[in-house]
Design a protein around this ligand. Structure first.
Ligand code: NAD
Length: 252
């Protein structure tokens, strides 16, 4: 019960890494707002959890007013906010010179980059209003630290998440607020499961244990990062990639 008494807002909480984190946080004693653009699926998740432990919040993280409203709904339900997990994201990519900016750049930046900025801003203001404290955890990616095939826009957004994390930790330290980014490698979720079995096998082989990461393996780390036991981890990137970044460097 390392999160007993904590209140968390988890974006992208209806699926994949976010869903596993919702379940883990509730197991660890937190109250959780399951925030997702798919409000119906968020409600289905809540219905599987112990009564009173979670609420569903429909939110498009690409719209600041909706993120502010999600923070307000969480505080209304549970009295405060201790943790925001800025995790909602979409993937996709095309060769750069084939881009239509309106299709291949702007929508992804709005969700994966702007959505994290809005989460940091809205939660940071709430943390300050409560008198300080609070943890901001944001999902970057291995692609946030490297160029990759068909990943021009996604890499940019995920690099911004790392930069936001550093700057937020620096600027918000005076309020006792902590910020951490995580960089998953290949996690078996909807984003990855759309690919062919051959490509999935290649993805798995890029990690040192030659297997796809389970969402719960990421959630376990996020729960630790959200806890007071992780107080010394601030402004940095925690690689949750099963050695992907190390392995790649060794191959190169
Ligand atoms: P997923 O598709 O299973 O979950 C993403 C969730 O985000 C979905 O429930 C979706 O409805 C929600 N979402 C999408 N757009 C939204 C919006 N505008 N507002 C609110 N919610 C929205 O995928 P996942 O793999 O669990 O992805 C979670 C995060 O992990 C993403 O940021 C993704 O980029 C990142 N990531 C995933 C992997 C991987 O291998 N799966 C690797 C690195 C990083």
């Amino acid at each position: 019960m390392r999160l007993e008494g904590k209140v968390a807002l988890i974006t992208g909480g209806a699926s994949g890494i976010g869903l596993a984190t919702v379940q883990k946080f509730v197991e660890e004693g937190a109250k959780v707002a399951v925030a997702d653009i798919n409000a119906a699926r968020a409600q289905e998740v809540v219905d599987t959890l112990p009564a009173g432990s979670a609420i569903a919040v429909g939110v498009n993280v690409a719209v600041f007013a909706e993120v502010e409203a999600a923070v307000a709904s969480t505080v209304e339900a549970f009295g405060k906010l201790d943790v925001i997990f800025n995790n909602a994201g979409i993937a996709g990519g095309k060769p750069l010179l084939e881009h239509d900016p309106a299709v291949d750049y702007e929508p992804l930046i709005r969700v994966d980059q702007d959505g994290v900025y809005y989460g940091i801003l809205a939660a940071g203001r709430q943390f300050r209003a409560q008198g300080g404290g609070g943890v901001i955890i944001s999902t970057s990616s291995i692609y946030g630290e490297q160029a990759a095939e068909l990943s021009f826009t996604y890499s940019a957004a995920k690099a911004a998440v790392i930069s936001f994390t550093r700057s937020a930790a620096y600027e918000l330290a005076e309020y006792g607020i902590r910020a951490v980014a995580i960089t998953p490698g290949r996690v078996g979720t909807a984003i990855i499961n759309q690919f062919s079995d051959d490509l999935k096998a290649t993805f798995a082989s890029e990690q040192l244990r030659n297997k796809m990461t389970e969402p719960i393996e990421i959630a376990n780390v996020v729960a630790f990062l959200a806890s007071d036991e992780a107080n010394v981890i601030n402004g940095t990137v925690v690689h949750v990639d099963d050695g992907y970044s190390v392995f790649k460097q060794r191959l190169d």
